[in-house]
Design a protein around this ligand. Structure first.
Ligand SMILES: [Zn+2]
Ligand SMILES: [Zn+2]
Length: 238
């Protein structure tokens, strides 16, 4: 639902900094003409996720996932969510980097990169094998390894999917996290595999760090669009 809501937003100056793509989209609805095929792939992948959840539920129960127990205390829920987040980042970085290996990229992950200027719902537009390794496993590795009340797992999956769809929306909205980092990955395929820490360790964000998008990669708390706060001319002057 979040993705569909983002899909019908008109293009605005709050968009990310892919200006050459924004030029062809300005005053138009977001890729409505090409989103039908995207929706079909997304629907297939979501059904695949349901099947995988059903099949992996016995493993989840073995590691402690339950809906019989009372919901954990607030501090324990917080620690679990932090754990889910870190395990998600670690798994996504290595699996996503694997998907970019030259010998397998064209078979699985290339499909996701058909969207150079993505839309929200394209966060789940991927080959089913890519969907399993790049989406399903990173989302569920935390709840499975750490054990979790079923309700916490669902809240985590809802949050993670909303965050992912926003980070593919091509909008950088005030008061929310920055989607610039992954947006740049869709423009330059060998940059920004996951997050600044791991990309920093493996030196896979050096080009990004020198770009104007790196300056824009932060939350902002005013109604002035981020690309107005940090215009392209700033880069040219350097
Ligand atoms: Zn993506
Ligand atoms: Zn990628």
């Amino acid at each position: 639902m979040h993705s569909l809501c983002m899909l019908i937003l008109p293009e605005s100056q709050n968009g990310c900094s892919n200006t050459k793509y924004r030029k062809i989209r300005i005053f138009r609805w977001n890729h409505v003409d090409s989103s039908g095929a995207c929706c079909a792939v997304v629907l297939f992948n979501e059904i695949l996720s349901c099947v995988l959840i059903y099949l992996s539920y016995p493993i989840m129960k073995l590691t402690g996932m339950s809906c019989d127990q009372p919901v954990p205390q607030l501090w324990k829920m917080y620690l679990l969510y932090v754990g889910f987040g870190y395990l998600n980042i670690i798994a996504f970085f290595y699996l996503h980097k694997l998907m970019h290996h030259p010998s397998i990229y064209k078979y699985f992950h290339k499909m996701h990169h058909e969207w150079v200027a993505p839309i929200s719902i394209a966060s789940v537009y991927s080959h089913p094998i890519d969907h399993i390794f790049s989406n399903f496993v990173p989302y569920f590795i935390g709840p499975v390894l750490l054990g979790s009340h079923l309700s916490l797992t669902w809240w985590w999956i809802i949050y993670a999917q909303m965050e992912s769809s926003y980070h593919h929306s091509n909008y950088h909205l005030p008061f929310l996290s920055s989607p610039q980092y992954h947006n740049y990955h869709h423009v330059k395929f060998n940059q920004n595999y996951c997050d600044p820490f791991f990309d920093g360790v493996y030196k896979t964000n050096l080009v990004f760090q020198k770009s104007i998008e790196a300056k824009r990669d932060r939350p902002f708390y005013s109604l002035t669009p981020i690309d107005v706060q940090y215009p392209d001319e700033v880069q040219k002057e350097k």
